[in-house]
Structure formats: structure tokens, C-alpha cells
Ligand binder design. Structure first.
Ligand code: GLN
Length: 490
């Protein structure tokens, strides 16, 4: 018999082995996670909805399939629990996007990515908290209250997938599905000492995922290890006829894991030291040295200026979200204030239903898209985006991948940006390049300050996930003793 702590300390790969060797049942594992949620989540607030009944019946069904070797019973995710960010639809459960406007909304259908994982026997534990409509970097902007970082509850878990990351870091889920439009799984993963790959744009279907900025949105997993990440992404990805931007991966994502990295050419971001804290910079320097000692060729590379990427991103996301969120009018679905005319209902519902950050972006987006200014702002940022993509293409003509910090430092204190929400936008300075260019990027813990972790990020050209996993896997292994010493795990 294993205890709850022993079970919830295992990785996805380990849980899968325990299930397949019949040491643990899906039911035992699921009950362990549910009891962990019961014990810890009133403090952390990572879940908006816990789907206890769905979880237990999915676990029993997985056990039955495993016993009889029936229909995907042998799949490595069969019987393994997971959490889903609450901007991803799961039929029959609430999908709130952490907004008052959808606080009572029950999904009439499921997102493709959920169906894929459910189809191979995954066990849904619940829907996780986020910044409203995935806009934010701190997970404080939720209608359901802020999420705390399990490693230090006075600090932010990052955002917008802060609930997803906190659920894994606090051992309330072995892995989580989040979304990343500008860094929303990588920044929380790095703040919580976890791994997250933002895949190539289109690699995971967006069907059934609430849009923030459709041209940048990706669905990405958060896990404890690099191997787990490759394992779960392999089951999430692929072409989906319901999302015309979706694509197949380039071969097996796990295919290169374990291979040596000798001879790989890695560009180290040139001016990173001036953009991050000494602690973060030191950890990244060490990671670069380790990659070199493993046989990679590491040299400095000049990336597109991060402040320009950030500005481009903010104009694009505001524009796209103002158009995407136009559907919440108080008539079709969601919260309605009522009123005499359509205008009254719309104004009343949107004024009361959206929080400040969402309103700020809608107003900015409507401004940059307005007919008189359209050419000045939106067309201009699209031209800048194209230039950035060309620069990145050239870089990936010479290098296999680039190495940067994931964030400028460790997790900041909750409330730090209460007075200046716009300053918070700067937390995505390293992550948005991958979204603007559609490239994959993975963050992994590269050290810590004795308690809180730092994250290093590797970004490669489109569809180079397998190579990124291989490099991150080698780096993770070499960094293990340092991370263990410098990060206080929960
Ligand atoms: N923090 C970024 C923003 O506020 C990223 C959001 C995201 O990736 N969903 O836009």
C-alpha cells in the first residue's frame, strides 16, 4: 500500500508503470489526488471546479479497460489523472474563463484536446483557475480569487495558467493542460519549478478552447519532468478537422529523448543579463556551461529586441481579444444584466461581467482596430511581426535552438503590480517571441535561490519539439543536483 504522499510524488511515467504492473489502480491514484485537493486547495485556490464524480467514474472505467486490455487500456495515460484550465470546454462542466460573465456557463460540448486525453483513459480531476480570459501574468485577476504559489503562498504562481501550475506543484494533479498565448504556461511553470512546452502553433487543436488572441493561442501541458511533458504532448497533438490551423507533429516527440546532444548549435541570448536578476542570470550561465560540457556548441546570438516584441504582442492581443470577446453581449450566453434594449443589455452585461484587465484590453483593441487608426497600428504591428519572423528564420538557419531565461527573476509577491497593471505586461519579455513566431519553446527549472525556482527556456524552429525535448532532457538530468539543493519542493 502506498500513501497519498507517495502516490502524488510520482511522475506521470512512474504512475503509468505502477498502473500497468498492477501495483496501483487508477481508483487508488485518483482518490489520492482528490484527497490532496481536499487537504490543500482551500489555501492555494488552484481549482475553480473539482470534478470528483467524473474522476471516480473515469478511473473505474480505466481500471476496467486495463483489466480487460480493452480499448486503449494499455495507453500510457490510461488511468492517469490531470487538470484542465478553465478556458477549455468539457461537456457538462462549468467553463468560466474565471470571469463573472461565464461564471454559470455549462459547456455544451468538449474541446478536442480534452476528448483526446479522455479517449485514451485520462481522468479529469477538475478545472483550474486562471487570470480572467487568460489575460494576465499573476493569476490574481480571477473572478474566483487569486491563486497562491505552493512554494511560497505570499507569492504569485504566475499566470495566466497559475491554477494549472499550482495544481501540479502542490501535487493536486500529476499534470495539467493550460494555454499559452504569450507565456501563460511557461511563466507559471517557471515560477513553480515545473516544465512546460509551448508547442508549435497549431500542433494542438484549439477547437473548444476559449480564444484570447487566435493567431497566437496554443494549448500546452505543464508537468514535473521533461519526459512527462513529451509523453503527454504526444497524446494531445495532431491534426483535427475541427481546427483548420491544426497540424501533425514531425515524427515521434519522444523519439530523440536520451540521445546525446553533442554537436548541437545553441545560441545564448546576448543581452539577457541586463534584463534579469543576478540570481536568474547566474542560473542561466550555469545551464549554458552545462550544455557546453555535454558537447553542444554555445555562442551568443542577437535576438529581435524584446521590447519591440512585447509592444507588438500587446497590440496584437488587444486587437484580437476585443474582436473575440464581442460575442459576450448578455444575450447569447453567459451573464445578463437585462435591460430595455439590446444596447442596454450589452452595456450592462459587459460592464458588470468583465473585470478591469479585460476591459482595458477590449478598449485598447477597439482603439487600434478603429477604422481611422487601423492602418497606423494593426497593419504596422503585422509588418513588424513579419520582420521578427524573418530574423528568427535566419537564426534557426544557423542554430538548432536558442537559450534564454524564461522570466526576469523568481516569482514576485502577490499584489506587487496592484498599482501598475501595465508594468506586469513586462513579465512576458522572454516568452512572447515564441508566440509571435509560432515556434516551440520549453521551460525547465535551472536552479533557485534556496527556495524559489528559476526557469531556463529553449526555443527552436517550428516542429522541432523532439530536438527540444532531447536537449531539455539532457539539461534537466545534469541540473538535477543543483535544482534539488536550491529549490524547496512542496
Ligand atoms: N501574460 C500574457 C498576457 O497577459 C500572456 C497571456 C497568455 O499567454 N494567455 O497577455
Amino acid at each position: 500500500m502506498k500513501t497519498t504522499d507517495e502516490i502524488t510524488n510520482l511522475t506521470v511515467a512512474e504512475l503509468s508503470n505502477e498502473i500497468r504492473s498492477r501495483n496501483l489502480s487508477a481508483r487508488e491514484i485518483t482518490e489520492a489526488y482528490l484527497s490532496r485537493i481536499e487537504k490543500c486547495d482551500s489555501d492555494i485556490n488552484s481549482y475553480i471546479t473539482v470534478t470528483r464524480d467524473i474522476a471516480l467514474s473515469a478511473a473505474d472505467e480505466a481500471d476496467r479497460r486495463i483489466r480487460t486490455n480493452e480499448n486503449a487500456g494499455e495507453h500510457r495515460l490510461a488511468g492517469i489523472p490531470f487538470s484542465v484550465k478553465d478556458n477549455i470546454n468539457v461537456k457538462g462542466t462549468k467553463t468560466t474563463c474565471a470571469s463573472k460573465i461565464l461564471s454559470e456557463f455549462v459547456s455544451p460540448y468538449s474541446a478536442s484536446v480534452f476528448e483526446k486525453i479522455e479517449g485514451v483513459g485520462g481522468v479529469l480531476l477538475g478545472k483550474t483557475n486562471l487570470d480572467e480570459f487568460a489575460m494576465g501574468s499573476s493569476c490574481e485577476k480571477s473572478y474566483f480569487g487569486a491563486v497562491k504559489n505552493p512554494l511560497d503562498p505570499a507569492r504569485s504562481p504566475g499566470g495566466s495558467s497559475g491554477g494549472a501550475a499550482a495544481s501540479v506543484a502542490a501535487r493536486m494533479a500529476p499534470w495539467a493542460i493550460g494555454t499559452d498565448t504569450g507565456g501563460s504556461t511557461r511563466q507559471p511553470a517557471s515560477f513553480c519549478g515545473l516544465v512546460s512546452m509551448k508547442p508549435t502553433y497549431g500542433l494542438v487543436s484549439r477547437y473548444g478552447v476559449a480564444e484570447l488572441a487566435s493567431s497566437l493561442d496554443t494549448v500546452s501541458p505543464i508537468t514535473k519532468t521533461v519526459y512527462d511533458n513529451a509523453l503527454v504532448l504526444s497524446s494531445m497533438c495532431g491534426r483535427d478537422t475541427r481546427d483548420m490551423t491544426s497540424i501533425e507533429p514531425d515524427g515521434d516527440l519522444l523519439g530523440e529523448i536520451g540521445e546525446e546532444i553533442k554537436g548541437l548549435k545553441i545560441g545564448l541570448m546576448k543581452d539577457y543579463e541586463g534584463l534579469c536578476t543576478e540570481g536568474m542570470a547566474g542560473s542561466l550561465r550555469r545551464a549554458a556551461g552545462i550544455l557546453e560540457s555535454l558537447g553542444a556548441e554555445v555562442e551568443y546570438v542577437t535576438l529581435p529586441p524584446s521590447n519591440i516584441s512585447l509592444d507588438t504582442y500587446m497590440v496584437m492581443t488587444s486587437a484580437e481579444c476585443s474582436s473575440n470577446l464581442a460575442r459576450y453581449d448578455g444575450v447569447k450566453y453567459g451573464y445578463s444584466s437585462g435591460g430595455e434594449s439590446y444596447a442596454d443589455i450589452m452595456i450592462g452585461s459587459r460592464s458588470a461581467g468583465f473585470g478591469d484587465e479585460v476591459k482595458r484590453r477590449i478598449v485598447t483593441g477597439a482603439f487600434v482596430l478603429s477604422s481611422t487608426l487601423h492602418g497606423d497600428y494593426y497593419r504596422k504591428v503585422k509588418a513588424v511581426q513579419l520582420r521578427i519572423c524573418k530574423m528568427i528564420d535566419e537564426i534557426f538557419g544557423k542554430y538548432d535552438m536558442v537559450l534564454t531565461p524564461t522570466t526576469s527573476g523568481k516569482a514576485f509577491r502577490l499584489d506587487k503590480y496592484a498599482e501598475d497593471p501595465v508594468e506586469l505586461y513586462g513579465s512576458d519579455i522572454f516568452t512572447i517571441l515564441a508566440n509571435l513566431t509560432g515556434c516551440p519553446a520549453i521551460t525547465l527549472p535551472c536552479g533557485g535561490d534556496g527556495k524559489m525556482p528559476y526557469g531556463a527556456m529553449l526555443m527552436g524552429k517550428k516542429l522541432s519539439e523532439a530536438k527540444l525535448y532531447r536537449t531539455a532532457y539532457a539539461l534537466e538530468d545534469a541540473l538535477k543536483p543543483y535544482v534539488k539543493e536550491e529549490v524547496r519542493f512542496v
